[in-house]
Structure formats: structure tokens, C-alpha cells
Design a binder for this molecule. Sequence first.
Ligand SMILES: [Zn+2]
Length: 234
Amino acid sequence: MFRETVTHAGGSTEGTASEAHALMLLRRAARRGYAIEATRDGGALITWIRRELRGGTAHRSISLTPQMPVGKLTEALTGDLHAIRDLRPARYVLNDVGRRIILAGLAEISPLATAALRARQLVTAAERGTVRLTLTARLGLLAAEHRTTTTEPEGWSRPADLGMHGVTAGLNRPGRRAGMLNRTASAATCSCGQLRAFGGDRAEARRLARDHRHDMAAAFVEALPADFTTAVTA
Ligand SMILES: [Zn+2]
């Protein structure tokens, strides 16, 4: 379950959203090309700009905050979550001393780790005794996989310090200091390794980083199986 906050002309409205409803909102947002951003706690922020009939635009958003945040994703926990996500089928079985474990492909998740995954609502029972990750777990993993950073621009420097001997730094142009170059460029990178971009300044680098996160979130939503939320109350 998520807490859903919708902003509109009259302010904002809060409510609760089931996993199926949250998924519907995400799919609709992806279809309409709205920006989607996954949050580390396993939620999502959907933002878009609406054109008003009388002219002008208005910013709108829907935020989905999980009632139980994902919490810290340790390496071991992340490994278990990847196994359940990627090694099919994942299902509950009893081990030889009768304790419940998750079997994902050939990987066994210990009784203690299985209990923790259930208690933290990172997994849920699905069809025919299978186990799947919750939408919250999936969103938390997505946010953890795409941690973007931008570099601090180097600022004012002398051309000679940058190895640019014989270069005059546009002494008479507005916005320059005598003999100095303003190196405003900022690099944007992502922990996934797929983003290596330069912005003319840090604000542009931040936009590049944000666009990357939005692209990855849209691709994530589109790649979720159609029957993702078909859950069985077991
Ligand atoms: Zn990334």
C-alpha cells in the first residue's frame, strides 16, 4: 500500500493506493510521457505539465510513498531480491527442518532472510505458490541502481593552469574576468554506467541526470509483466 498525494489546482489531496492502483498510475504516466522518478524508499513521483484551456501551464504531480519503506538495501539483501526477480520460478518451500524458505531457481534464501523479506513486505505470494517482489521492492531496487551524481564545476581558472598556453580568455567579453576562464562544465554520471554526459553548467548536468532517471523509470514500467499484480491471498 502507498500513500498517494495528488496536487491539483485547489491544492493537494491525500489518499491510499493499492499496489494495483499504483501500478495503473505508473503505466498511465508512462503511456502519456509523464516524468516518473523512483525513490529510494520504494515510492515514485510522477510529474507533468498541464496546458490550461484558458492558456498557460500548470505543474501537476502524484507522489506514491510506500507505507513500509524499503529501508537499507545491503549487498546480501540486494542479491536475494535479484534472485527472486530474475531466477524463475521463485516459490516458497519448506526446508528439511520444516522452515519456510524461498527457492529461486537453484538459489535458496535462508529462513531468516525469507522471514525478513516477508516482514519488510518486499515479497508477496503470487500465482500457483510462486513468490514475486512487491512494486515497492522493485522501485527501491530501480532507484538504487540509478544513483546519479554531477561534478562540481572547476570555476574560474587561468588558461595556463589548464595547460592552455597562449590562449587569451576573452578579456573583453561580458561575464569573464580578466585573464581567467570560467569552466562551468559539469559531468553527469550514473551508478549503472550508462550515463556519461557533460552539461554546460551544473544545472544542465542535473537535468541530464534527471532525464536519465526518468528514461530508466519509463523503461522499467514498460518492462513490468502485464500480470505483475496478479496476487493470490495465500
Ligand atoms: Zn542509470
